[in-house]
Design a protein around this ligand. Structure first.
Ligand code: SAH
Length: 348
């Protein structure tokens, strides 16, 4: 068990079972999430016997930092962590926007990813295992500490857009997200926590029914089923119509807009016909499409379109009444795209 993923109720139950007074739960929460101590011995107002009892059932840290790279004058930082096993490599990124008011961490929920999207460095690296919620929380706390150390204040947003498919490990993802939303954790509004999926209909339905207010993003990448299944193998198992039905259910149950991510790849999904299909598909869901020019993954056969082709694609969406910002890649010089640091380390 990882203590960072224990809910306040679970901590209270642990204290009760240990014959401790109720205020111990509050004290423990303060050490775990307030001070975020890494050693049980630092929990100085808890009796030594209680500290050992806590240590015997769970741990405080599972990841250790192998590497941190900074870029963009400290606006981007990228971590590579290691879990228990040598091949347990985990990446996360802190992205501070220019005015420094928006401070986002991009966390991984898996080591590697089983979906094997053709253009994605993580997918090409294969699947290791799901991360525990505590391991996801550790990534966010590292970024939160870094943002604070830079004098900017803590995180304002969390996105599940690192390695892995959140909707295939939804229990751990919700447990972590709930901690980010809890005032004793990061205290973020649910709207500032985004779960991004390649399109897992069951998971979309479960998220809708969970009663949470987290935002949902769909990695669309193609509005044409044939193109989509070429670059995203999961689209064969869950074709677009099935995904869209699940999105409709989500939009209705949660009464919320959905954001679409569209990675632009030259000659694959960047024609004006593609843009028209994207507009038609996304408009009913609020019409926000983030355009991400494909960034280089060594060995992949995909490249970004020219700047003018990107602009034409964007204009086509805007003419249809959509909001379609082009997301310029942050931290390109430190390999900040998903899965790149891990790939680099394994290649050594
Ligand atoms: N599995 C989830 C979350 C992880 S991917 C999902 O698919 O949404 C996070 C985002 O990065 C996705 O939109 C993904 O398609 C995108 N991405 C992956 N590789 C990329 C690349 N080489 N260039 C640009 N975006 C990429």
């Amino acid at each position: 068990m990882h203590w960072l993923e224990a809910t306040p109720d679970e901590i209270a139950a642990f204290m009760r079972d240990a014959g401790q007074p109720a205020f111990r739960a509050k004290q423990a929460l303060g050490w775990l999430h307030g001070k975020r101590v890494a050693r049980f011995d630092d929990m100085v107002n808890l009796p030594a016997a209680l500290r050992s009892a806590m240590a015997s059932v769970g741990r405080l840290r599972a990841l250790h930092e192998l590497e941190r790279r900074d870029a963009d004058d400290g606006l981007t930082a990228k971590w590579l962590f290691r879990g228990d096993a040598e091949e347990d490599l985990v990446e996360s990124v802190l992205i501070v926007e220019k005015r420094r008011t928006r401070r986002t961490v991009c966390v991984s929920c898996m080591i590697g990813c089983p979906l094997a999207c053709a253009f994605c460095a993580t997918g090409q690296g294969g699947f290791g295992r799901n991360l525990a919620a505590g391991e996801i929380i550790e990534q966010a706390y590292a970024a939160d500490a870094q943002a604070r150390a830079q004098g900017d204040g803590g995180l304002t947003h969390v996105v599940f857009m690192g390695m892995g498919e959140p909707l295939l490990t939804l229990d751990a993802v919700l447990r972590a997200a709930d901690t980010f939303a809890d005032p004793t954790g990061l205290g973020l509004s649910g709207r500032h926590i985004t779960i991004s999926t390649a399109g897992v209909p069951d998971g979309i339905r479960r998220l809708a029914e969970s009663g949470r207010t987290y935002r949902l993003a769909l990695s669309l990448h193609a509005a044409d089923q044939r193109v989509r299944e070429k670059i995203m193998p999961i689209a064969k198992r869950h074709p677009l119509p099935e995904v869209i039905t699940a999105l409709e259910k989500f939009a209705e149950t949660a009464s919320r807009d959905i954001t679409f991510e569209y990675c632009l790849m030259k000659g694959v999904n960047d024609s004006l016909d593609d843009a028209r299909r994207v507009a038609a598909l996304t408009k009913p869901f609020g019409g926000r499409v983030n355009l991400i020019p494909m960034n280089g993954v060594a060995g992949a056969a995909y490249t970004p379109p020219s700047p003018s082709a990107i602009r034409r694609f964007q204009e086509e969406l805007e003419q249809a009444g959509l909001s379609a910002p082009v997301r310029m890649e942050k931290g390109a010089d430190i390999g900040a795209a998903c899965g790149q640091l891990r790939a680099e380390r394994r290649g050594r």
